[in-house]
Ligand binder design. Structure first.
Ligand SMILES: Nc1ncnc2c1ncn2[C@@H]1O[C@H](COP(=O)(O)OP(=O)(O)OP(=O)(O)O)[C@@H](O)[C@H]1O
Ligand SMILES: [Mg+2]
Length: 271
């Protein structure tokens, strides 16, 4: 397929958070019912040119933290930690793929550690030929946050959020939908502060201000939680790609967001 034709394809990027498909308070706790419900919603919506990215939740994050994978290679015992972190992500991805395929969705998994090398944690090369052909053939490509090789650090972690941002810009996405376990983006963590106020709409300027006030989580998320997510979203908003943050733990919210229907969420736009 010629590049010019590819550029006309405007995909939707859907991120399903690890906070949704796993219980982040307990190691290796998958939420299979939620995964199955989401597969049903994705099937029902049958969105054209969809790319899915899912997060690590209680599979990737605890292991990555135990072996300090984000920081890179420093000692030999981290190597089995790297293998384990990548391996548990393939297990979570397998469970996710199982549900999609059982719902008759032609989903194909793309393993980030096999096609991406980062440099100091940022994507340096990305062999995207298979992804392009999958899109052209109307498959549903599925990627995920992963332990990857890094040309400076030896290895590191690439977040699903960085993948979302890179894919959206690379493929000139129509929109991004981010499913998390809260109703949207708030002025502070709604799980920590009952009085936190949710935003219905945010501009780039307001998002930048909010980002400077957000706290970095110290334990449950090695890629910066909501702080890291917003950091990755800034360039895509700058690019003019709108982002919807929606609660994927609530039935039909992802379905409605995919359908472009009204649903409680935070919409972020350039202006
Ligand atoms: N200002 C905020 N607005 C909304 N949520 C926030 C805010 N600050 C912190 N959070 C927390 O961010 C969490 C979602 O981000 P987190 O990175 O934990 O999930 P995720 O990205 O779905 O998981 P993963 O990284 O495994 O994919 C919510 O559970 C919420 O408690
Ligand atoms: Mg996260």
């Amino acid at each position: 397929m010629k590049e010019s034709r590819l550029r006309r394809v405007k995909p939707t990027i859907l991120k399903i958070g690890g906070s949704v498909i796993t219980d982040k308070s307990k190691e290796l706790q998958v939420r299979m019912q939620t995964i199955n419900r989401l597969a049903e919603e994705i099937h029902k919506a049958s969105t054209k040119n969809l790319i899915i990215v899912h997060g690590g939740g209680s599979f990737g994050h605890p292991l990555a933290q135990r072996y300090s994978i984000v920081e890179g290679f420093k000692e030999d015992k981290q190597k089995t930690g790297f293998s384990e972190t990548h391996h548990v992500m393939t297990v979570l991805n397998g469970l996710f793929m199982d549900a999609l395929i059982w719902h008759n969705i032609p989903a194909v998994s793309i393993t980030p550690s096999s096609c991406i090398v980062t440099k100091n944690g940022r994507i340096q090369c990305f062999e995207d030929a298979p992804l392009k052909i999958l899109l052209k053939m109307a498959f549903l490509p599925v990627l995920y946050g992963d332990a990857v090789l890094d040309s400076k650090l030896g290895f590191t972690i690439i977040s699903g959020d960085q993948l979302v941002s890179i894919l959206a810009i690379k493929f000139n996405a129509e929109r991004i939908i981010i499913g998390v376990d809260v109703d949207g983006l708030y002025d502070e963590d709604p799980k920590a502060e009952k009085s936190a106020k949710m935003f219905k709409y945010l501009t780039l300027e307001k998002l930048k201000k909010l980002h400077s006030k957000l706290d970095k989580p110290t334990t449950y998320d090695v890629t910066g939680g909501m702080f890291g997510k917003v950091a990755e979203l800034l360039p895509v908003i700058e690019h003019g790609i709108p982002v919807t943050i929606v609660n994927a733990t609530k039935p039909n919210y992802i379905y409605k967001a995919l359908e472009g229907r009204k649903v409680k969420s935070t919409l972020i736009g350039k202006e």
